[in-house]
Design a protein around this ligand. Structure first.
Ligand code: IMP
Length: 420
């Protein structure tokens, strides 16, 4: 029995999918607790690559139950497509449960996002995430349990008419293909009846009490948290440990292994300050070697050296007691590797991530330079196979974060992983 959380320590895209897939081999449950199809979790198995957006990354494991938790926002059409793809490409029908309390993304949510120009202002994924959480907070949302009710269509139309009456640009909502949406909803309804819409909090708490292994899989990263991230350049949910309480209905005190996923360098998609961003040679090299293009939108990611100021902040925030260090192989071939340990603003030393985005954009990273390595590390099967300078890099991260690195990923494949 075990309870684990797998949470991104940076701005997302840390490689959580691979870690969740690996650790779910013998798990009973994997639970997604935040976000929706803004996520893109890539898993590589012996049949190739699969990208998950709604479904937990353990969906390739036939014996594992997967739950889309109450803190999620679900696009019915997107979820059905993902399930179809899994069936077509892998002949798999995962054992899916969906929380009755999860909210649904309706066709007008992405349109509202366009009208609010969130893509330009924040660099959002355009999947209607913000407006759906907005409707949830203003108590106007629709939940999975609502689509099971006979009056759903009437209530949906009432809500749409209300939006049109207060929105500046109601014409933009006229073009919505509502017939298609209703068809998709009824198909989802049919499928969910057989896959169970659940009261997830008692279900998962009982599973833990019975000694089953439960994994909580975070989406996005801690620095994109609506409350503790680099606001307003954040997502609209809590990808942090508190999100397990609100988004899965399980107290974070029940999570024994709190794994922070740290990419060996830093990336970010969308707008907002990123102190270690490198727009020159190094940034380009990391992007190409690390294949740093968004799994959901295909956008090139901004890249740069590891920023430990941010990761130290999120390690405390989430109380990580283990670190999974990913994409270490991408650093192979660099003579010197820079790591930011603190910032400076006008000569003043800054050791804590500032809450003000304005202050963060003025922060100049201060680096420690470590020695790189040239040896191919993808074939390493134990830590002692790694070159000394790679081991020194890991030790430096451990001492700065005051946390143990327990997993090291040295390639995309499952086998390219070292367990310490
Ligand atoms: P939203 O989640 O689509 O509202 O986008 C808000 C911000 O979070 C934007 O900067 C996105 O690029 C970023 N974001 C959302 N999901 C992910 C993710 O899974 N990985 C990395 N960044 C993400």
């Amino acid at each position: 029995m075990d309870t684990l959380s797998i949470i991104g320590s940076q701005w997302g895209d840390e490689g959580k999918g691979k870690i969740a897939d690996l650790l779910s081999e013998n798990a009973d449950w994997v639970v997604r607790f935040n976000g929706g199809p803004n996520a893109g979790h890539t898993v590589v198995d012996d049949k190739g690559e699969f990208k998950f957006h709604h479904l937990p990354s353990a969906s390739l494991r036939e014996n594992c139950n997967v739950l889309l938790g109450p803190g999620m926002v679900i696009n019915p059409e997107g979820l059905l497509e993902e399930m179809d793809q899994l069936q077509e490409q892998r002949d798999l029908i995962p054992n899916i449960y969906v929380a009755a309390r999860a909210h649904i993304i309706t066709p007008y949510h992405p349109i509202l996002e366009i009208l609010e120009k969130s893509k330009d202002k924040v660099g959002t994924t355009g999947r209607g995430i913000g407006p759906t959480y907005q409707d949830k907070a203003s108590r106007n949302g629709f939940r999975i349990l609502d689509i099971l009710e006979a009056d759903f269509e009437t209530r949906f139309h009432d809500r749409l008419n209300k939006i049109k009456s207060i929105w500046d640009n109601p014409d933009s909502l006229e073009k919505l293909d509502l017939e298609r949406f209703m068809k998709v909803v009824s198909k989802l309804k049919e499928i969910l009846r057989s896959h169970k819409v659940v009261n997830s909090s008692p279900l998962i708490n009982n599973a833990i009490d019975e000694g089953q292994t439960v994994i909580f899989e975070g989406a996005q990263g801690s620095l994109l948290d609506i409350d503790f991230g680099t606001y307003p350049y954040v997502t609209s949910s809590n990808p942090t440990i508190g999100g397990i309480g609100t988004g899965a209905g399980v107290s974070p005190t029940k999570v024994k292994r709190r794994i922070g996923v740290v990419k060996a360098y830093t990336t970010r998609v969308g707008k907002g300050p990123m102190p270690t961003e490198d727009t020159e040679e190094l940034g380009k090299r990391l992007r190409e070697k690390g294949d740093e293009y968004g799994a959901t939108t295909g956008r090139p990611r901004r890249c740069g050296p590891l920023d430990l100021v941010g990761v130290k902040f999120t390690t405390k925030l989430n109380d990580f007691n283990e670190i999974a260090l990913t994409k270490l192989d991408v650093l192979t071939g660099l003579d010197k590797i820079k790591v930011a340990t603190h910032y400076e603003i006008n000569g003043e030393k800054i050791t804590e991530l500032p809450p003000s985005t304005n202050d963060l954009s003025k922060c100049k990273p201060k680096y420690v330079t470590l020695t790189g390595w040239n040896e191919d590390i993808t074939n390493a099967s134990k830590v002692s196979d790694l070159p000394t300078s790679a081991r020194d890099y890991i030790s430096f991260i451990e001492s700065e974060l005051e946390a143990t690195v327990s997993i090291i990923s040295v390639g995309k494949k499952r086998a390219e992983t070292l367990f310490v």
